[in-house]
Each structure stands twice: as structure tokens, then as C-alpha cells.
Design a protein around this ligand. Structure first.
Ligand SMILES: [Zn+2]
Length: 276
């Protein structure tokens, strides 16, 4: 039974988000963007944030977990009709709105957890809450996490989800090549996730077109199996800048989220390390 669960996890988890490397990159960029005050909380804990950045992808046993990683915008009539509250979502879609995805509300909830962790003065809690918040912020920046065509299944491009968010990232991305601006205080931070979703969603048509273009290099017999080196070269040359941009934006927005949580908690200093 346990082996079966593991197999299900292995088969399905790539659809849940950036691969491990992507989520680690987002965490690294975010901590790098912080000013000294909140950054002091992560002294010596940077690796721990990265190590937990993919944890939510392994919580499949919780049946409510899946929809926390995405939001399908089509059932709402596109990005301009995005519901801002749970009540609005429920009114538009009825009882089953949850399975269409709830990522913006989860980001708000996990952000509150981070504020509480700062208030509690507990660096271990701050570290974990940051990793988890960062995961969902990262997912909101993956274009295919904002559509019901999330794996290209409606446009005959099955597998495009992991080709974009893991395949390209694993092959080409290193955090050292990416840069984020300093984190910014933002009084309207709480409504930003909807802006991120709208921007991610706008990238989908080109992403799918570039995958189709690159796929013409893949012999039919290879479909569903490995793509050719030419496929990866073409897809990267077209979508590489977008992958980098979305990782950088996710890192920047996680940095903003941490800074704003620290401010909301009253700008606390980390507790002094206890002597031996
Ligand atoms: Zn995820």
C-alpha cells in the first residue's frame, strides 16, 4: 500500500509545480532580496528554507492539497473575472469551486502563518513558514497553473506542463544567473496574488505555440517518450527568457511577502542565539 502511494506520488507530483530545483531557486532569490532586518532571521538557515520549499508537493495524502497549487481561470470567464473572496468563488461556481484551485487564498493564509511566526519570535517557525509560503507563490507564477488546459491535454500537447516547469529548469537554470530587485514594502500586498495569476495566464498562448513549434522536431515514434535535443534547444531558445522571468518574479514576490510579513509583525529582531 505504501509502495502504491509512493508510485502515485512519483507519477503525479510533477504536475504540481516547478520541480525541486525551481522551488529552491525561488527561495534563494527571495532571501537574497531582503534588507538586513528580516534577513537576520535566516542567518544560517537559508539551506533549510530551500530544503522545505517542495514539501507541499509531498502532501498528497491530504485530498484537499492538490487544488492549493493552482487556480483554473477559465471557469470564471478569464482573468478579469477572478473572484477575490471565497464567497465570490462559491457564488460563481457553486459547491465544487474548491477543485478549480484555491492558490491565491492559500497564499494569504500561509502569509498570515509567517506573520504569526515572526510574532512568536521563533526562527525555526519563520524558516518553515517561509518555505511553505514560497512554494505556493512559486506555483502562482507557473502559467500552466492558471488554466484548465494545465497539461496541454486540451490542445494535444500532453506533458507540456513538466517540459516547461521542470524540463527547462533542470536543464538550464542556476540561481546565480538570476537577479531580483530589493524587496519592497507594499500596503496592498494582500491582493497581489491576483495580479500574479493574471500575468501568468497571459503567457499561456505563446508557451503552447512554442511547444508545438519545437515539437515538430520530435519524430512521431518519440511522442510520449523522450523529446529530441533539437526540441529542447528550440523550446529553451523561445521560452527560456519566460522561465527566467517567472522564477525571478516569484523570488521577488516571495521577498516582498517576507518583508511585509516582518513589518506586519512589528519588525521584530531575531532572538539572540543562546550560548553553549
Ligand atoms: Zn506545487
Amino acid at each position: 500500500m505504501r509502495i502504491l502511494s509512493l508510485l502515485i506520488l512519483l507519477v503525479t507530483s510533477p504536475l504540481w509545480s516547478w520541480g525541486d530545483k525551481g522551488h529552491r531557486t525561488v527561495s534563494t532569490l527571495a532571501i537574497r532580496s531582503l534588507p538586513e532586518g528580516p534577513r537576520a532571521w535566516f542567518q544560517g538557515r537559508e539551506a533549510e528554507v530551500c530544503d522545505h520549499a517542495s514539501d507541499p508537493d509531498h502532501w498528497r495524502q491530504d485530498r484537499k492539497e492538490g487544488p492549493r497549487h493552482f487556480m483554473d481561470l477559465e471557469p470564471y470567464g478569464g482573468p478579469d473575472q477572478l473572484p477575490r473572496t471565497l464567497e465570490e468563488a462559491q457564488a460563481k461556481l457553486g459547491g465544487d469551486f474548491y477543485r478549480r484551485g484555491v492558490v491565491p487564498w492559500i497564499i494569504q493564509d500561509r502569509w498570515r502563518d509567517l506573520v504569526d511566526a515572526f510574532r512568536a519570535g521563533d526562527p525555526a517557525r519563520v524558516t518553515f513558514a517561509t518555505a511553505i509560503l514560497g512554494h505556493y507563490i512559486g506555483d502562482a507564477h507557473v502559467p500552466l497553473h492558471t488554466t484548465d488546459n494545465h497539461d496541454g491535454q486540451l490542445s494535444n500537447q500532453r506533458g507540456v506542463h513538466s517540459r516547461w516547469e521542470s524540463g527547462l529548469v533542470e536543464r538550464h537554470i542556476t540561481a546565480e544567473d538570476l537577479a531580483v530587485p530589493p524587496a519592497q514594502p507594499d500596503k496592498a500586498f494582500f491582493v497581489r496574488p491576483w495580479d500574479w495569476l493574471r500575468a501568468s495566464h497571459a503567457l499561456i498562448p505563446q508557451l503552447l505555440e512554442d511547444d508545438r513549434d519545437a515539437d515538430r522536431t520530435t519524430p512521431l515514434s518519440g511522442r510520449g517518450k523522450a523529446r529530441t535535443a533539437a526540441y529542447w534547444m528550440i523550446f529553451w531558445s523561445k521560452q527560456g527568457p519566460v522561465v527566467k522571468q517567472q522564477l525571478q518574479l516569484a523570488g521577488q514576490h516571495l521577498g516582498d511577502a517576507i518583508l511585509n510579513a516582518w513589518i506586519a509583525a512589528g519588525k521584530p529582531a531575531p532572538p539572540a542565539p543562546s550560548g553553549k
